[in-house]
Design a protein around this ligand. Structure first.
Ligand SMILES: NC(=O)c1ccc[n+]([C@@H]2O[C@H](COP(=O)([O-])OP(=O)(O)OC[C@H]3O[C@@H](n4cnc5c(N)ncnc54)[C@H](O)[C@@H]3O)[C@@H](O)[C@H]2O)c1
Ligand SMILES: [Zn+2]
Length: 350
């Protein structure tokens, strides 16, 4: 990193909350106390074109050049905005991402997708632009709210199911240390996810085929997020429901042994709780699934597990099948059952 920052102008783009918690430390470790810092307010709603313009204006006013380096310091939102600005400012400058959420460490910082939202939808404007470096430190997660940590862990579970049986076992064996955010327990999880994602992305950078396996749980997950106007679930939480649904669809389609389906679902549920599906507007979920269909030339793709560590991309799953699985999840309420069990056992201990 020292080599990368020496003899060039560097600029830090930081999430305001992260900066308050970790800014001093970053400046110390860069050994560059006078580095200009541009702050972005925390939150998905700032991931939009107006923010990009403001940042570009500030970079320009502060004398950024083609050879300058932008360091994006924050979660997926900061990484997506920072990468996008870097890819278009002066037709492209280099950037480094220091991801500070688990989701960003295991997922969004790898793969080079950058971008912002439009009112018409998420991530509708963006570029593919690889960072020069991603610098990950699990110690940064010490201040991350527990709910955000758990949401990131669902993306790690996704990696395990789509391509890493060893990670699956690790997530079972070290569950409580991982859930309590112990850096030494999180490190091998982050490593395994980063390795898997970079392997997939290097074989298919622009999502022509293989990269779609990373969408396990996302077809239904995205529809759930949209149907609840992005208010009820964090992204990883919606993906948890999406993975439960996809696993049940795989069992129903006869492509996954039901005992393996049960193992996958138990692991997902054991990383809960997650807000319930209660009173979800199923018609809205279906509308969003078919909107997705329009975008993808009339076909909705589902990534369904075949076994732990292998998935298949399947089309031709009917709305009726999806609805039946969602109704079953609504009725059985697996995360609610877990929460009730946990509160009974806490009460028993008192
Ligand atoms: N580019 C990709 O390939 C890709 C992949 C997945 C998701 N994404 C994008 O990532 C975004 C979600 O990322 P996210 O979940 O990291 O959200 P985020 O960046 O909004 O961070 C979540 C919250 O955590 C706070 N925070 C971050 N680090 C912290 C820390 N160390 N301590 C305390 N608080 C901290 C932030 O201020 C924010 O409030 C979405 O916009 C999504 O579209 C991109
Ligand atoms: Zn995701």
């Amino acid at each position: 990193m020292q080599k990368l920052v020496s003899q060039r102008k560097i600029f830090i783009l930081a999430d305001a909350t992260v900066w308050r918690l970790w800014g001093k430390k970053l400046l110390q470790s860069l050994d560059a106390p006078r580095t200009p810092v541009i702050l972005v307010p925390s939150g998905e709603r700032y991931k939009r074109m107006a923010t990009v313009e403001k940042i570009a204006q500030q970079l320009s006013a502060q004398g950024a050049e083609r050879s300058s380096l932008l360091i994006a310091f924050g979660g997926g939102v900061t990484g997506d905005i920072g990468g996008f600005v870097a890819s278009i400012f002066l037709r492209g400058i280099e950037y480094v991402h220091i991801p500070t959420t688990l989701l960003a460490q295991v997922d969004s910082s790898i793969g080079g997708k950058t971008g912002v939202n439009l009112t018409a939808g998420k991530n509708l404007v963006g570029t593919f632009c690889q960072p020069r470096m991603v610098l990950t430190d699990p110690l940064l997660l010490r201040t991350l709210p527990r709910r955000e940590l758990r949401a990131g862990l669902f993306e790690a579970l996704k990696c395990a199911v789509i391509g890493d049986p060893k990670l699956f076992e690790l997530l079972i064996a070290k569950r409580s240390r991982i859930l309590s955010g112990e850096p030494s327990a999180l490190l091998p999880v982050i490593r395994a996810c980063a390795a898997l994602k970079s392997r997939v992305v290097s074989l298919d950078e622009k999502e022509g085929g293989l990269r779609r396996i990373l969408n396990f749980g996302h077809t239904i997950g995205h529809a759930l997020e949209a149907a609840t106007r992005y208010r009820r679930f964090l992204h990883g939480e919606a993906i948890a429901w999406g993975m439960l649904a996809a696993t049940q669809l795989a069992v129903q389609a006869g492509q996954l042994a039901s005992s393996t389906g049960d193992r996958i679902c138990s692991l997902i549920v054991s990383y809960g709780p997650v807000p319930s599906l209660g009173r979800i507007d199923l018609a809205a979920v279906c509308r969003h699934l078919s909107a997705d269909k329009k975008v993808r030339r009339g076909v909705v793709h589902f990534v369904l597990p075949r076994r732990i560590g292998a998935v298949r991309i399947v089309s031709g799953i009917s709305e009726k099948q999806v609805l039946s699985v969602l109704k079953n999840l609504l009725a059985t309420d697996p995360f609610g059952r877990l929460a009730r069990r946990q509160s009974r056992s806490r009460a028993g201990k008192q």
